[in-house]
Write a protein that binds this ligand. Structure first.
Ligand code: WAQ
Ligand code: MG
Length: 637
């Protein structure tokens, strides 16, 4: 049910509230303060959030919008994070912060925290006498009518952002000196203490994972007769907390369409959120305080964290410094650049190579250099975005041919005679499907039409071919004119390259604008890639073991009734619906596996999938357990 009171409030701002329950049990709730123009998109984003909650699908969702009254703006509390090793250390830290704010009886106060577990709101305690001041019949005091002044995604709960807003409002209330909080989300063990003295202090461990206990205490210091005013402020005063960007919700008109579009992305279930990986160790990553076995990285051979690779990077930095200081064509070319280019050319069997700071730049630079206005580029329908962007930037006519369809390509080439240059470009291994180009066929067609051939081996280098040299090795055939690849995947470093005949490479040095107008890639990345190439050249068993791991994983998926095809280390598990893919991925995270969902625009709408990248360092037990978890998560829908 949706219920909108349409008398416009001060600033035209409305409070939008969502509550969802199942069989009378609270499932999820949230609120936003927004201008009238955003009410409907925030409604759909909050509905999305209500319906996607991990506690289950609600049978009652209430959405309402109400003109906000008088709005107060308060600054966000400054944030400090305290990393603690144990729950007891966490609570010691909490008490220390309270004492620093003049709360002497911190021990006893924290001792009473469990009284809050049963409440939906917070317990209001006198900071000095410890008398309980809320008279709410077991409900506690609810802080409501607050939001951040800069929009954040409405569709997913961000514990930290929402808690910071709440705490900033609470500490701006008359006579409140501190707040203590622990989430009742069993997976969220970070809590906080907020005081006027120390601000918002995050404490990384206040409970053990799996514990559903959570609660809040507000500490009051003042006259008894003012308690009612404090509670009234907490429960009724509309407060906008000025976070990060110092913007307000009535943003200048020119931003309105941007804000609307972000809300639409949100409502469609397509909002991307950056997850910060706090630590990584082989295939394990720590995200949001949880350790997961990761199938998300393209570091296929586990070289990114290999000490021999990192040492090479460190040595290069010690010798040459960090930044290269200028473009390659000015004074940016240092010995590691030249060495990397030599080594890549040799590894790939080309005469020369040119390095770029990223794979994206290599594609954009090479395509837009070879093809220009009056030329034509033929591009596979599922090519990577960097190839698509290179085609667009080139100004050439672009002909997209059906995925991997060499007959169609052949036919299209016939229709484009008389062009100065014709360039055919394809991924070698397709990044979202893991399938592979038939290189001999591709080269035959290109040669017959005397068209330039270019293949992107970002996901093939180090993976395909007995020694990881890529498609030419795998098929035992010749090379395309432009052999593009990256240093950032199996080589565990950063950057991109194009290898080929000296004539072509020299031309790129003169014409590839991302090469000419960027500062040279950093030496650490170059030297790390050189070291990784050395390890790869010396140890073909790296590639063999990776392939074995892929076979184990694919076979285990088949046992779960999931048939997948791959000719690389990329294992696509098709789901279809975007939200369903997110749900499956969320369930896998709950089981300890990070297997990201890939959605539009990376893949077509309705073709959402999980993308598992298998690595050299995955243990067999992890591969089997992950496949089993995928089966369970897919069956749960
Ligand atoms: N007003 C007062 N108390 C509340 C409110 C509210 N609006 N919402 C929840 N509570 C109480 C209630 O007793 C819950 O059991 C308890 O707080 C915890 O609520 O920086 O997610 O929504 O990363 O589980 C802390 C973030 C997250 C720390 C807190 O709280 C960080 C969180 P939850
Ligand atoms: Mg609780």
């Amino acid at each position: 049910m949706a219920d909108v009171k349409m008398n416009s409030g001060v600033d035209g701002l409305f409070t939008v509230k969502m509550r969802a329950s199942q069989g009378g049990r609270h499932v999820s709730g949230a609120e936003r303060i927004v201008p009238v123009s955003r009410i409907s998109s925030v409604f759909s984003a909050l509905a999305e959030r209500a319906l996607r909650h991990s506690k289950g699908v609600p049978d009652f969702v209430n959405l309402k919008a109400e003109a906000a009254g008088d709005v107060r703006r308060v600054p966000a509390l400054p944030v400090t994070t305290f990393e603690v090793a144990s729950v007891s250390e966490g609570w010691e830290k909490a008490k220390e912060i309270l004492r620093a704010a003049g709360v002497a009886r911190a021990d006893e106060i924290c001792g009473r925290f469990r009284e809050t577990y049963a409440l939906r709101g917070a317990m209001l305690l006198d900071a000095d006498t410890l008398e309980r001041l809320d008279r709410s019949g077991g409900r506690g005091v609810r802080a409501t009518n607050m939001d951040s002044s800069s929009p954040s995604p409405a569709s997913a709960k961000n514990h930290f952002a929402e808690a910071l807003v709440l705490a900033s409002k609470v500490l701006s209330a008359p006579n409140i000196v501190a707040e203590v909080c622990m989430s009742d989300d069993p997976d969220y063990v970070t809590g906080y203490v907020a005081t006027r003295v120390s601000g918002y202090c995050r404490i990384t461990k206040l409970k053990e994972p799996g514990d559903e206990a959570g609660g809040r205490i507000f500490l009051y210091r003042g006259h008894r007769e003012d308690v009612a005013a404090t509670v009234d402020y907490l429960e009724r005063q509309t407060v906008l907390v000025e976070t990060e960007r110092q913007t307000t919700t009535d943003v200048p008109r020119r931003f309105a369409s941007i804000e609307r579009e972000l809300d639409e992305i949100d409502a469609a279930g397509l909002r991307r959120e950056l997850r910060t990986v706090a630590e990584r160790d082989c295939c394990r990553v720590v995200v949001n305080g949880r350790s997961l076995v990761s199938f998300a990285s393209n570091d296929y051979l586990g070289l990114a964290a290999d000490p021999r690779v990192s040492e090479a990077a460190a040595d290069a930095v010690r010798l040459h410094g960090v930044g290269s200081g200028a473009s390659r064509l000015v004074t940016g070319t240092l010995p590691p650049h030249a060495e990397l280019e030599r080594r890549i050319a040799a590894f790939k069997g080309g005469e020369s190579a040119i390095a770029f700071a990223t794979g994206y730049m290599a594609n954009v630079g090479a395509i837009s250099a070879i093809a220009g206005r009056g030329d034509v580029v033929f591009s596979d329908a599922l090519n990577h975005a960097s190839i698509i962007d290179g085609c667009r930037l080139s100004g050439a006519e672009v002909v997209v041919y059906p995925h991997l369809d060499m007959d169609a390509l052949d036919g299209r080439l016939v229709g484009y005679h008389g062009f100065r240059r014709r360039l055919v470009v394809s991924d070698g291994v397709f990044s979202m499907d893991g399938d592979m180009l038939d290189l001999p066929r591709f080269l035959e067609v290109c040669r017959r039409h005397d068209a330039f051939s270019m293949v992107d081996e970002a996901h093939a280098l180090g993976v395909v071919g007995a020694t990881g040299r890529g498609l030419s090795e795998y098929f035992g055939c010749g090379h395309p004119d432009l052999m593009m690849g990256t240093l950032s995947k199996a080589l565990g470093s950063a950057g991109g390259y194009v290898a080929g005949d000296t004539l072509v490479v020299e031309y790129l040095r003169q014409r590839a604008r991302p090469f000419i107008f960027s500062t040279a890639p950093d030496v650490a990345a170059m030297s790390a890639a050189v070291a990784a190439l050395g390890l790869l050249a010396d140890g073909p068993e790296l590639v063999a073991r990776l392939r074995q791991n892929v076979r184990v994983f694919v076979a285990a998926l088949a046992d779960e009734g999931i048939k997948v095809c791959t000719e690389s280390a990329i294992v696509p598990i098709l789901v279809g619906d975007e939200r369903a893919a997110m749900r499956v991925s969320d369930r896998l995270a709950e089981r300890g596996f990070l297997i990201p969902a890939i959605r539009y625009p990376t893949v077509a709408r309705g073709a959402a999938r999980l993308r598992a990248a298998v690595g050299f360092r995955h243990a067999e037990a992890d591969l089997l357990a992950a496949a089993h978890a995928v089966g369970d998560a897919m069956r749960a829908g």
